[in-house]
Design a protein. Structure first.
Length: 479
């Protein structure tokens, strides 16, 4: 109808339907025409149907199918398929009775080519997959020519990549198939059994496999994959039930966005853990070293409570909402066996926590030996600990850059949290009511100069050490 062809089917009565299945790759209907004739109309894959055609219709007359005619039709089919068309062969035959459902001795009448172009966003989605070192593979029931044309448009089929059909796959033993698998980018004319075998082969090589599907035939492979993905609009209930993820817009680009969001969430969890554990280790080292050195307690319980509830908690929550790094989709996927502390994160936490603790105990010790009161020394330790932690929260924004290379103003929630913590610290040190509650005393210019020097020394020293040490330890440059 889109092509301007109208057909009145009111004179035909549908008697029976032979539905499409992936084994036959065709479907047929049995009808009774208005003249009382029984007819079978069949459509399906041209290369399959032509094997069942004994006749050809041309200019209204029917003649026997010759080998040259068959080759000519197949050539036309290949030309249409190479233009990314999905091609159907249309056939018919007269039948003698309603029980005659044999799809043989058909009359070939035409080829129909339909274009189902990839969505515009699919091109960028495939490119983002490659940047993220995620390998996209096309598995389709379409012909080899159609699959190659579409895969070439999407850049899934790259120079050097191979195409494997279901019939070729059947001829390969497991060892040969596993040997070819890293080079194959497109699988065409496959059955549900082939899809299941392909997924299992990828998994046997240690790959984390995400399989998309919408039909009932896709359900076994979707269920077998590490991450089964079904389509929410056109997907069958069986496939949705077998899947782990349902795409409500049936868009492959949405799956890539979900991968990015998963990476961002994972990174932010690591940032959160890195910040809180480093700060807590700094507090523990401060208290522990003071006891070992026979010094007074550097922080009172009410002061530790202030740090943990306000100056630790608020920045940590805001850090968990940090926007994605610019290169989040350019990083290598983590291994499934990696722990949350992989990539040297545990060493970073321990070392940076030690710097926080040493800076704090140094201020406390220097103030005490310089003649300051115990109350002032404790206040100096409190201010030093808070300031070093608030500086460290910005270091935690990136695992690949130092404090001097991160974007400071892309997370206004974090800026607001840090400013709130600074206000609380100022209240506790310089407001009379705050000094009474937290047992502190106001610090002068000389004390703040000493604190400032040691507070800034820690991130500078850390930037130098991380650049020399941690960059060399990991291919992924975890800091």
């Amino acid at each position: 109808m889109k092509s301007g062809v109208e057909y009145d089917r009111s004179g035909c009565t549908l008697l029976k339907e032979l539905p499409f299945d992936s084994r036959r790759k065709m479907m047929s209907v049995l009808v009774r025409t208005r003249t009382g004739e029984l007819m079978m109309f069949t459509k399906g894959a041209p290369d399959i149907l032509l094997q069942r055609c004994a006749f050809v219709q041309k200019n209204g007359s029917v003649s026997a199918m010759t080998p040259s005619m068959r080759q000519s039709i197949l050539k036309q089919n290949e030309e249409m398929a190479s233009q990314a068309m999905r091609v159907l062969a249309l056939c018919w035959r007269k039948i003698s009775g309603s029980f005659d459902t044999s799809e043989q001795n058909l009359v070939f009448c035409s080829l129909a080519g339909m274009i189902d172009p990839p969505r515009k966003e699919a091109f960028e989605a495939v490119n983002r997959c490659r940047r993220a070192q995620i390998r996209p593979v096309m598995i389709t029931g379409d012909s080899k020519e159609t699959a190659c044309a579409v895969a070439s448009q999407l850049k899934i089929l790259t120079p050097g990549g191979q195409v494997l059909t279901g019939s070729e796959l059947d001829k390969l033993d497991d060892d040969r198939f596993l040997h070819l698998l890293p080079k194959v980018n497109v699988f065409a004319r496959v059955t549900p059994a082939h899809k299941l075998r392909i997924v299992r082969a990828f998994k046997s090589q240690g790959a984390i496999v995400a399989m998309t599907g919408d039909g009932v035939n896709d359900a076994p492979a979707v269920k077998e994959a590490n991450i089964g993905v079904s389509m929410g609009k056109n997907g069958t209930d069986v496939t949705k039930e077998a899947s782990d993820v349902i795409l409500m817009d049936d868009n492959f680009a949405t799956l890539v966005c979900a991968i990015e969001e998963g990476r961002v969430i994972y990174q932010n969890i690591r940032k959160f853990i890195r910040y809180l554990l480093s700060c807590n280790i700094g507090e523990v080292i401060t208290m522990f070293l003071a006891m070992l050195m026979g010094m007074p307690v550097p922080l009172l319980p009410i002061q530790i409570l202030l740090i943990n509830l306000v100056t630790d908690g608020l920045p940590a929550i805001a850090l968990g909402l940090d926007p994605p790094d610019r290169d989040v989709m350019d990083q290598k996927p983590r291994r499934s066996t990696d722990s949350i502390f992989s990539g040297g994160l545990l060493e970073v936490i321990l070392f940076r926590g030690a710097l926080i603790g040493l800076s704090t105990i140094a201020v406390f010790s220097m103030l005490l030996t310089g003649g300051a009161s115990l109350e002032m020394a404790r206040t100096g330790a409190l201010v030093t600990l808070i300031l070093t932690q608030l500086i460290h929260v910005f270091e935690c924004k990136s695992e690949t850059r130092t404090l001097f290379g991160i974007p400071f103003f892309n997370n206004f929630k974090l800026i607001a949290a840090v400013c709130t913590s600074l206000c609380v610290m100022s209240f506790a040190v310089w407001h009379p009511m705050g000094r009474m509650i937290f047992e502190t005393t106001a610090l002068g210019v000389e004390q703040m100069k000493l604190i400032g020097v040691l507070v800034m020394a820690a991130p500078i020293l850390w930037a130098f050490i991380s650049g020399v040490w941690f960059h060399k330890r990991s291919d992924r440059t975890k800091i």
